[in-house]
Ligand binder design. Structure first.
Ligand code: CA2
Length: 147
């Protein structure tokens, strides 16, 4: 089983600023945590981060026929991007939306998520462990479909 893990704009700044929202650990720490969980689950992952919407769309399209599922924190594009929603719909791969903070309890403009309607689950407000929970949800979903 192979899962594509995508992080959107500014998440390369993790651990550098805004610890009140996103904690003190870095993107490299997050990637290491996800890779360790993947090894424990006996699956493979590819972790990528981009500040560019089109690049994220390209990577989602590239997952078609290669990955079994997608775990994505679209960051600010959560609240703006029909393109990411359409890309997830186009590849029709099981996708889980994850957020480190809980955007629903922050600014009004963070309450809308375009991608959510194409996702099998959303994990939010649980910090980095939310990515682990999201992976586990995906793995269970994919394994159940194979049975
Ligand atoms: O809570 C999340 O994971 C978010 O997806 C993070 C996005 C935000 O726009 C969403 O509403 C919720 C922002 C990511 C910015 O990451 C930074 C990390 C460190 C310092 C500055 C920004």
């Amino acid at each position: 089983m192979h899962i594509l893990v995508l992080n959107g704009p500014n998440l390369n700044m993790l651990g550098i600023r805004e610890p009140e929202h996103y904690g003190t650990q870095t993107l490299a720490d997050l990637t290491a945590m996800i890779e360790a969980e993947a090894a424990r689950l006996g699956i493979t992952v590819e972790c990528r981060q981009s500040n560019h919407e089109g690049e994220l769309v390209d990577w989602i399209q590239g997952a078609y026929g290669k990955a079994d599922g997608i775990l994505i924190n679209p960051a600010a594009y959560t609240h703006t991007s029909v393109a990411l929603l359409d890309a997830v719909k186009a590849v029709s791969l099981p996708t889980v939306e994850v957020h480190i903070s809980d955007p629903d309890t922050r600014d009004e403009f963070r309450k809308i998520s375009y991608i959510r309607q194409a996702c099998i689950a959303t994990v939010k407000g649980k910090g980095f462990p939310g990515y682990i929970e999201g992976m586990q949800i995906l793995v269970r979903h994919i394994a159940a479909k194979r049975r």
